[in-house]
Write a protein that binds this ligand. Sequence first.
Ligand code: SF4
Length: 396
Amino acid sequence: MTKTETANLTETMAQIHRVAEAGADIVRVAVPRAEDVEALKTIVAQSPIPVIADIHFNHTLAIKAIEAGAHCVRLNPGNIGGPDKVAEVIKVAKAHGTPMRIGVNSGSLPAHLRDLEYTDPIEALVSAAVGFVELMERLDFTDFKVSMKSTSVPNTIASNRRLSERIPYPLHLGITEAGTKWAGSLKSAVGLGTLLADGIGDTVRISLSTFHAEEEVKVAWEILKALKLRERGPVLIACPTCGRLQFDMDSVVNEVEHRLEAYADPIEVSVLGCGVNGIGEARHADFGISGAKDAGVVFSKGELIRKVKTENLVDALFEEIDKYYAAGKTIVLDERSAAEARLWLAENEDMTADTPERRAAAEKAKADEEAAAALAAAPKVDEMASPTAGRRFTRT
Ligand code: SF4
């Protein structure tokens, strides 16, 4: 959602372009005044992505927004002036073929649900949403999605789960007033991620206390990418670092992340802080780097490509990525460079480090040894010398 004064066309359009570039599929603008609905006509005509008009309290503005060409109108049927006013809006929406988003917020529930809100806030939210859905159906209008937003993550999860079982319409997800970029992103990831992992939710919005709306879009993409629901651009994997770290990971990871923004392909790129496990931890990565004090290696899909000085690691990584694309998505391997990298890694790998792989290998070797010893100690049975007395058939 844009954070500008909608009537400020220059700033609003600039922000819409920024969120579109960040990967937003749709954008919502607030329409609280007549000058905003006037600006909406230009915004709809110039926006690279569909525009949703966000209306509260004033059904006339909702009608004007539809007439201005809004691709969708978001309203809360509970605060627009009653069912008659909702009916007027829906009549115009039907005539224009405009879909609606019916929004229910925990902070603005209808008066008859206020008591229930204290005893069962989840049922109060769901009842409000179901009531609005039934109103839409009575008006013979089904071109809508429903959102139920709460500042509480558990309530958002529980109410959307319950609503998804009661209505057959698409759901829009969000944690309202989630907070700052750091805390709000985490709350959104937990709340929306849980629902999306359940298969619930059709559109999402991340609400953060930042003027940079594109930051909200980036967070939404990270959630979708983490759940492998959508792909967009590279995925960066970076080790958390530990006491074995051998070079300045922070600046390297930041630079890699920044330079990867220029690539659209969903390649996986890994940055490892040391060679303790060789490159085993990032064997699946399309490309990666692992460094030590003065040198490091570039690798791809578990294969070493080359050794380079630490200060050239990032440039070398991107050289190899660019070569890969220039060769039609084929790894360009120089055997001499690869051999040099293998030798360097073997010399620099900490063979004394206690890694899960080495622990598993040691446990397996011990178990094999014990099994061999048990076999050797087992009493040998000479079948030819076994007793035959009393058997029906005897050895001849
Ligand atoms: S790759 Fe090395 S520095 Fe990074 S977390 Fe693993 S052991 Fe630590």
